[in-house]
Design a protein around this ligand. Structure first.
Ligand SMILES: [Fe+2]
Length: 241
């Protein structure tokens, strides 16, 4: 099985289309999504439509839950709150139901998905250090867990209780190790690289590959500027931060 793993699409249709095009070239069989399909970008409805059409297996992000009324606005920055309000008013009721029904985590035989952390996933904590990684490793019963939320690619690797982290996501899986892979963001990267990010997970080759793909950033920005979403949500796409 070759999975395409995406996260934090954030209503950026141009980025999502570029990633899906690359996934087709890379012979992806199935799409996994670690949440935040909606929020920030100008095309939440279209992005949701593509994710649903492709039958992606998805978990909820904080934006998805906030848009569907399951997470309080106080969680968010002012820009985040504005994006939640705008996004909610630009979705159909079936989109809201879809977001409302997304689980906080799920697993199949090959991996686990969660937006932030497996410990208290409803709190949407940013998984950024070894202590948080240890809590999630303790709850994993698959070798690999994919996460998103920080919009910064990173992998945590555990062996016999020892944990290390790396920014290099191209991994040959070692049977002795467990992995938490943050694959970055499709629609709003924050690692200083504005290209859309995603992963390929090949279970036969036992490999994970990180990919970055160029997309029409200007078009995505102009769409945001043409709405009453905060201008900063457009400007940050150029900088990838
Ligand atoms: Fe996000």
């Amino acid at each position: 099985m070759r999975y395409g793993v995406v996260s934090d699409i954030h209503g950026n249709l141009e980025a999502l289309k570029a990633v899906l095009g690359e996934c087709r070239k890379l012979n992806v069989d199935s799409l996994l999504c670690c949440g935040d399909i909606a929020g920030y970008g100008a095309d939440p409805k279209e992005c949701l439509g593509l994710v649903r059409k492709l039958k992606a297996v998805a978990v909820a992000g904080n934006h998805d839950w906030a848009v569907s009324g399951k997470l309080d606005f106080s969680y968010f920055t002012p820009d985040g709150q504005a994006a939640v309000v705008w996004t909610r008013s630009h979705l159909a009721i079936e989109d809201i139901f879809y977001l409302n029904n997304l689980p906080l985590s799920l697993k199949n035989k090959d991996c686990t998905l969660v937006h932030g952390t497996l410990l208290n996933p409803q709190q949407f904590v940013y998984l950024t250090n070894e202590t948080q990684a240890a809590d999630t490793f303790a709850l994993m019963d698959t070798q690999v867990c994919f996460v998103g939320h920080t919009h910064v690619p990173k992998v945590f690797i555990e062996r016999e209780g020892n944990i290390c982290q790396s920014d290099i996501l191209d991994i040959e899986l070692n049977a002795k190790y467990k992995y938490i892979v943050n694959l970055g963001s499709v629609g709003q990267p924050r690692d200083g690289n504005p290209l859309a990010g995603f992963c390929i997970y090949d279970t036969a080759l036992r490999m994970i590959e990180n990919h970055r793909v160029l997309y029409d950033i200007n078009k995505a920005q102009q769409k945001i500027l043409d709405t009453n979403l905060p201008e900063t949500l457009a400007l940050r796409l150029t900088r990838g931060e």
